[in-house]
Write a protein that binds this ligand. Sequence first.
Ligand SMILES: Nc1ncnc2c1ncn2[C@@H]1O[C@H](COP(=O)(O)OP(=O)(O)OP(=O)(O)O)[C@@H](O)[C@H]1O
Ligand SMILES: *[C@@H]1O[C@H](CO)[C@@H](O)[C@H](O)[C@H]1NC(C)=O
Length: 420
Amino acid sequence: MESSAFRRLQTIAHHVLLLVPETSTNILNPNHSSSVELECVDSSSYPVIIGGMVLDVNGRPFTDTLPGTTTPGKIQHVSGGVARNVAECMSKLGSKPFIISVVGLDIAGDVLLKYWESSGLPTSGILKLQGVTTPIVSNIFDSRGELAAAVASVEAVEEFLTPDWIWQLRDTISSAPLLMVDANLNPKSLEAACKVATESGIPVWFEPVSVTKSVRIASIANYITCTSPNEDELLAMAHALSSGEEFCVDKKESAKRKRQSIESFFSLLKPAICVLLEKGIKLLVVTLGSDGVFICSREIPSFMKDSLKNTRTSFYEKQLYELVNESCPPKQYANSPCALHFPALPSSVVSLTGAGDCLVGGILSSLSTGLDMMQSVAMGVAVAKAAVECETNIPAEFSLTKLAAEARQILLSAKQLVLD
Ligand SMILES: Nc1ncnc2c1ncn2[C@@H]1O[C@H](COP(=O)(O)OP(=O)(O)OP(=O)(O)O)[C@@H](O)[C@H]1O
Ligand SMILES: *[C@@H]1O[C@H](CO)[C@@H](O)[C@H](O)[C@H]1NC(C)=O
């Protein structure tokens, strides 16, 4: 099933390439980023991404799995971890993210560091510790490609990515255009990172990771500028932030509302969304799988330190900014509070993992080139589409022209919703 989808995709890609001749400059590839160009980038303005680097061991059975026995299938080693995925995606879009993470001196750690070293990304924020096991997650998928079960051994991030290590890197954080933290960090480290950023006026993006870890937002909500939960994470976060109020949504009801209309589905999630906005989160991007995203805010934040706007230094960042700004002219969504639905474009799904991380990577890369929030979220949705259409977590390369054209289509079909 997967291989026929892949062949179909290759055929489509072939036709797209025939129809839209690409110049080599707008196909991004980390190997293109020459060392000369990297030297021109002032390291003090790297977007900072803090969280897990994980080696995923993925088992994809050929048929449905049965308990108590083995099922024939394919096993692959894939570099993952939310923060690592977001940073890799950003690097492939021309950004130079500075990652703060931890690995052990073992085989998994070597595999994870290889991409960073070969693409010239800074590794000085990655703690390399003797005697520590590099985070590993073993994923089992079902025959449709959805995650069926997973075992995570990611204690290294909880234990060794300490407030002290974050504190040692405070100069890098406080001169970044933006900071993303993933919820794999322990609560003390999350708070340390948020404090350093907030004291210097750096906006903070919180990536919830999982339903269980998403509730870590409770103790740092007042520092968070934006967060990007899926439906389940949104409900868990609202529950944690409202001292025990239940926000259960029946799965059947949720599916029924989705079939009815996007407005009907939105009204189901609205109470939870309002809790997060009342607790001080400026902007929410709620991910809806193949239905795209909701964007909700009381006031659209300027998600970039003003002094760092228009300091796009790399050739690729300039190109991303210009292509997107041209095909998606900035539009004022003056209505505040504001709630919008951005649909996802139809896609040929190959693998759903990495979609959420690419959405965030696409948004953060776009924001750090100086694009506005709406242009950036539209780019994020286009980047996430590319992620579901490839087998790896992060596509091997992006076509900026294609992404900009898709972002335009997404913005044109955006729908205004009522928040109050
Ligand atoms: N079938 C699909 N077709 C097109 N786009 C999709 C599809 N599934 C997901 N996406 C895009 O990816 C984004 C994130 O997907 P999803 O809502 O599943 O997030 P998530 O649960 O956080 O995913 P992940 O487990 O990958 O982190 C969606 O908002 C959408 O833009
Ligand atoms: C972005 O596009 C808008 C509208 O087309 C234009 O006015 C503005 O100058 C562009 N910004 C830059 C920096 O090119």
